[in-house]
Design a protein around this ligand. Sequence first.
Ligand SMILES: [Fe+2]
Length: 279
Amino acid sequence: MAVFAHITDLHLRPPGILTLGRIDTDRFVARAIDAVIARHEEVDAVIVSGDIADIGEDDAYARALMLLSRFSVPVFVVPGNHDRTARLREAFIAFPGHAEPPVTDKACHSAVVAGVRLVLLDTSVDGIDTGEHHGELGPAQLAWLDELLADGLPAMIAMHHPPFGSGIGFMDGITLKDADAFAAVVARHPNVRRIACGHVHRVIVGEVGGVTAMAIPGVAHQVELTLDLEAPARLVMEPPAYGLHLIDGPSAVSHVGYVDDFGPAALFSVLKDEAEPEQ
Ligand SMILES: [Fe+2]
């Protein structure tokens, strides 16, 4: 069985600068990493599914590298719509997959982890300067994925933009453009067990090409849950979280863990005995 920890949407600024003037993402990211390391020693690898930086600054990537280097297992990093692909690759050149990406101008990569084919797709279009926040995989990356999945290994795909609509209007305006082409590739490969994403800063579950696709919350701020299609884009400080994906042959299970410490776990048996003492 392969166990993947999944953190996403770090939105780091250079040390000492608050994201959007008020969110201490540096502290939020450090807390999330601390929580995963302290609680889940069974993790085989870590997935970081984009928006590593908030506006793509070199100092933010340097800080992300320092923070993510705390993991003792391989860490797989892909960009999101807030990243600059070239700078991210440069910063994470010593991490898996970034020395020689298989597709030109994309930071996609893949590795086999505990018998599971992990595929990291790059949905970013490098639009931080032009204000383009949608995602696109492109034909070359989809062809690479199609070929890769033909090995028949149980596969887990991670990417920034979810390949499904969320019903949250302002997020669906910046979704994955070639989601249908991606779904067609997935549908051809029954060995795909799970698709995991970020971007929408919430737990959202969809189905793509017959496979369960799941977005997990960010490690800092979240996106407001509203089905009002005219609602403006708003963030909300709901609990930060991380994902845990367990892939075991044909089986795939995903959990969401909260970063916050809600106090020690209590034994049901002790509480029951206390509540109903024997006469
Ligand atoms: Fe984000």
